[in-house]
Write a new protein. Structure first.
Length: 195
């Protein structure tokens, strides 16, 4: 074999080794990038945890916002008071949404939703965004959820992987509501989901 042929064989071997090394590197890089991909969001990535998920308000008494912000019990349905948790069931950060869905009642038996006031805080009674203004939102002020048209958003945020957030929701009838002898009611379900 001539020296020229030996060089060609060496060049060919070097090219084959380089191509093989590049192929292995590419496969490892692709595998590593797939391992770091965040899986798509599923509704059950976030859980709502509470003793109950339905709140009923009766037209027993109407109160001021100052009084309502300090509620610490339901008082036989005169007010809504609920401590609950939102838990991320994944190891990834997730967007989440706390929402309510109004239960249908006979119009004659239902309190006008414009008088139902909401106040959402953490366990330290620090109000969440949207609940710090002088005028707290009524049911009508809450935003409708575009892909869940029968529900309204109480709050949206980010929850870290495997984190649990703690909240308190207080609900009452605004003090400009005239309480009459015939008892009326406002009822809704509360939940949370990943978005």
């Amino acid at each position: 074999m001539s020296m020229k042929n030996v060089r060609y064989i060496i060049y060919l071997l070097v090219i084959i080794i380089v191509l093989f090394a590049c192929s292995v590197g590419f496969v490892l890089l692709l595998k590593d990038s797939k391992a770091n991909e965040v899986p798509p969001v599923q509704d059950d990535d976030v859980s709502f945890i509470a003793e109950k998920d339905v709140i009923d308000i009766k037209s027993i008494i109407s109160v001021s916002d100052d009084f309502g912000r300090n509620l610490d019990e339901e008082n036989n349905g005169a007010f809504g008071y609920l401590k609950f948790d939102v838990k991320n069931n994944t190891g990834y950060d997730r967007g989440f949404q706390i929402y309510i869905t109004k239960n249908d009642l006979d119009e004659k038996e239902e309190i006008n939703a414009g008088y139902i006031t909401f106040y959402l805080t953490n366990l330290s009674d620090i109000p969440m965004s949207g609940y710090t203004e002088n005028k707290l939102p009524s049911y009508y002020d809450l935003k409708v959820i575009s892909d869940k048209a029968d529900s309204k958003s109480l709050y949206s945020g980010i929850i870290k992987g495997n984190e649990t957030l703690h909240y308190v929701l207080r609900v009452w009838i605004a003090d400009n509501y005239v309480v009459l002898n015939n008892e009326k009611k406002f009822s809704f379900e509360i939940g949370a989901r990943a978005v």
